[in-house]
Design a protein around this ligand. Sequence first.
Ligand code: PAN
Ligand code: ZN
Length: 187
Amino acid sequence: MSITFNKPPSVAFLTGQFTAENVIKKVTRSGDLSGVFHDIAAWQAIPSDTPIYEVEMLNSLQGEGELYVGMTHLHPGRVGNEFHMTRGHFHQRREQGEVYFGIRGSGLLLLQNEHRKAWLEHVSPGSVHIIPGDTAHRLINTGSEVLSALAVWPSIAGHDYGSLAQGFAARVVLQDGKIQAKEVQNG
Ligand code: PAN
Ligand code: ZN
């Protein structure tokens, strides 16, 4: 019997581009992000087909014990004074965690527990983020280039967006020329 050598997928560290077979790409556009940004008039002024972020997923097994691997590319920009961000979610299986790894650009990872306590971590090339279970997560691009981050999470985790319908407990905005995190009561 001979041992086979499989060719693994690879990621370009500078750009976050995957080289692999069967990469699945999902584009999230401005029009998909209803209710996400605080300034509704500013959001409505943006063409609804404007891409805000893309997620590329490697082909991997599904089921108990298996892992998904995805790369998020979040474009720079603001809606009103609020920086571009992902929708953000809890995992449907609340106890399931995730790891994010910063690849390109600079931004923040907004984390929030079930009691609406929120905190932030700086995302930069090489930063490692261990997202515990029971913790909602959202990427925010506060820089001027694309923010790319690799994510690895259990395939059984699932995404729960509905529980955050009232929004996260913090918003990150440009105010007085500075990046500022503001606590908010209701989205
Ligand atoms: C990531 C996110 C990705 C897009 O792969 O799904 O950054 O964010 P939203 O799903 O909130 O739109 C992840 O956390 N997966 O579990
Ligand atoms: Zn997740």
